[in-house]
Design a protein around this ligand. Sequence first.
Ligand code: ZN
Length: 243
Amino acid sequence: MRALIISDVHANLEALERVLEDAQQQGGFDAVWCLGDVVDYGPDPGPCIEVLAEQELLCVAGNHDYAALGKIGIENFNTYAAQSALWTREQLGADHVAFLEGLPKVAARNGFSLVHGSLRDPLWEYLVSGPSAMETFRRMSTRFCLVGHSHIPFVCAEAEGMPRFDVLMDGQGVELGEGRIIANPGSVGQPRDGDRRASYLLYDVEKGWLAHHRVAYDVSVTQERMRVVGLHPYLIERLSYGR
Ligand code: ZN
């Protein structure tokens, strides 16, 4: 069994399709595990949901999925994020809403917990520090946990005293041994680690192996679509820099 692990698609269809294609070329996958924020910021929320719904999919909800549903207020969002959430809301048909409404906050499969933010605060907490990782390790009933939300690909190993974070580089593999780990596949549709290429993980169950991959996609296609639908220039420009 092989799983494609993705997060933070953010309605970027061009990036999502490139990732699905590239993952096929990297040996393929039987299932897609998605860590939330399927929609918002990008120009194609509906089509991204439709492409994912065609997969053998396990997906949890992100804060932006909830914002698009109106399940959380947008008063804590900055101007461009609030504007984009409202625009996204208008694009969703009944099937899209039903898909997003059906997403759980936490899921588990093959020894992995899946959550957007953290097990302490599934929708909102950025798991990027030792103390926040410890809080999630404390709550894990599985050996491994997958998170998204920060858009930074990393693996975090449980270690005596303080968890150890390693940023994942393209092509890097992680052997799953006895120790517990938390991993983040990075973002498909809006990377924020200075590398604009889409980011994902492939998990090989039999080999006990996670492999990190980056794949370039045509950023200008997504940016042009964003201009056409009138999304904020800040959101358009940041895709060029992976910030
Ligand atoms: Zn996100």
